[in-house]
Design a protein. Structure first.
Length: 160
């Protein structure tokens, strides 16, 4: 059973979650899966807000689950890539928001920063637009895993 789940998890990551992430990140269909973008520093002042944006995204949890279950170097590489894309855009939104709020608290406005914030919101909305699809795909994946367990007799009285 566990071997089938590992295979299914890697397939789910590569053929379902990666296309969803790639589209949300605005990457072309032929984007390489082994070239992660540089990720912003996770200890910057906007990191806490960026972390909150990222963890609220079902795609992040789904990717982490798939990588944990697949247990292959290729899955780990792709998982890092997707997490870097999510972090890049979550951090861009958080830092743009923090700048606009700080300027507003000082009674200042700066059109360039406001435009940057609006652009970051639009990018992040592509990520949040994936929520329903990711949740549906996650449910299908978990149902497949349960099916493997039944096929393998995991629920018989003799199962460990």
């Amino acid at each position: 059973m566990s071997h089938m789940i590992e295979i299914n998890a890697e397939y789910w990551l590569v053929h379902t979650l990666w296309p969803i992430a790639r589209a949300a990140a605005g990457l072309p269909d032929d984007a390489p899966i082994d070239e992660a973008p540089p990720a912003p520093e996770q200890n910057d002042g906007s990191a806490d807000l960026a972390r909150q944006y990222a963890i609220d995204l079902p795609l992040l949890g789904a990717v982490m689950l798939a990588c944990e279950l697949a247990r292959t170097p290729a899955a780990a590489t792709l998982g890092r890539h997707i997490r870097a894309l999510i972090w890049r855009d979550a951090f861009a939104l958080a830092s743009a928001r923090d700048l606009v709020v700080s300027l507003g608290m000082a009674g200042e406005t700066w059109d360039e920063m406001t435009d940057r914030h609006i652009a970051a919101i639009e990018v992040w909305e592509r990520w949040t637009a994936t929520n329903d699809a990711v949740e549906a795909e996650r449910d299908r994946f978990l149902a497949d895993c349960a099916d493997y367990a039944f096929e393998d007799g995991a629920f018989s009285p003799e199962a460990p």
